[in-house]
Write a protein that binds this ligand. Structure first.
Ligand SMILES: C[S@@+](CC[C@H](N)C(=O)[O-])C[C@H]1O[C@@H](n2cnc3c(N)ncnc32)[C@H](O)[C@@H]1O
Length: 285
């Protein structure tokens, strides 16, 4: 069914790939159980899923164990991509089942529809994941999209907005609630990481032009590189040990979240680190 109004936003490149967003989904499953379970009929949105619905299907598979009744709506602004989502659902062989199979039809609660930042869903979402969507917008439009999307969240809802490389080895994302930005997470495949500051390439649109001397995000990444260099002897125990040491050193000068669910060795060993948004907030918006 065509939307009643023109969806808000722009059609951009639809590049995506299976498993590209696995780091983000793993982190959401581990840290966002509270919002995901905060509603008796929880609904999540995957905004801008791209040319194939695969990452929306993966989000469904990864989050249903955390929030069994979770409904997931993939929203795309580009009609042919919405059609691809519908074709996926139509192609499901009920008899074969699959990872999303439940007592009813497979992937019950998964749907796709056309829309944009207005989020055409029947009730406010507990989660909006918008990955690799805003990078193709101008910075002022990205700030406006943050404001628009967080205003549409359920009271305990969370927006996870970020960027990653083509195969998901490097990613940076921010969480926002109705009150504004809350956290920033840097995540990397450690075996191929030269130094933490290469993650600057993956900063969200609201930060990528702020990685300049005098800005907090630049100071953070510079300090992180210094800690990485100091942690070099730990490479003898592998890149994870080096990252854990570098994050521990960084926590001496920056407000790294050190307790679960966001911090601690178990999360750092995955190649992640999460800080409050205030650690990187630009001096002027
Ligand atoms: C690069 S793809 C990202 C695909 C997937 N999320 C990923 O990370 O692999 C970006 C998609 O966002 C869609 N898009 C851009 N602005 C949008 C908006 N305002 N509402 C819905 N979709 C949007 C584009 O049409 C495009 O298909």
């Amino acid at each position: 069914m065509p939307p009643a109004h023109k969806p808000r936003g722009e059609v951009t490149r639809g590049t995506t790939a299976p498993n590209r967003l696995r780091r983000i989904d793993r982190w959401i499953a581990a840290t966002q159980a509270v919002p995901l379970r905060s509603d008796p009929r929880p609904l999540a949105v995957d905004l801008g899923y791209g040319a194939s619905p695969i990452t929306t299907v993966e989000l469904y598979t990864r989050l249903r164990p955390v929030s069994p009744g979770l409904e997931i709506v993939g929203i795309e602004i580009e009609p042919a991509r919405v059609a691809a989502g519908h074709a996926f659902l139509a192609s499901l062989n009920v008899a074969a089942g699959g990872p999303g199979a439940s007592a009813g039809r497979p992937y019950e609660g998964l749907s796709f529809r056309r829309g944009g930042f207005e989020l055409p869903v029947p009730r406010p979402p507990v989660l909006v994941r918008a990955f690799n969507v805003l990078r193709q917008y101008e910075e002022p439009a990205a700030w406006r999209a943050w404001d628009d999307l967080r205003a549409r969240l359920a009271p305990s809802g969370v927006l996870v907005e970020g960027t990653c490389d083509e195969i998901g080895r490097r990613a940076v994302w921010v969480t926002l609630t109705k009150d504004g930005p809350q956290t920033i997470t840097f995540a990397a495949h450690l075996g191929s990481l030269e130094r933490p500051s290469v993650l600057a390439e993956r900063l969200p649109k609201t930060l990528i032009h702020r990685n300049l001397p005098g800005e907090p995000v630049h100071a953070l990444l510079t300090a992180f590189d210094r800690c990485w260099a100091m942690a070099a002897p730990h490479s003898a125990f592998g890149p994870r040990a080096r990252w854990v040491e570098a994050v521990s050193l960084l926590a001496r000068t920056h407000p790294v979240l050190t307790r679960p669910p966001y911090g601690g060795r178990n999360r750092w060993r995955l190649g992640e680190v999460t800080l409050p948004w205030t650690a990187v907030a630009p001096r002027r918006r």
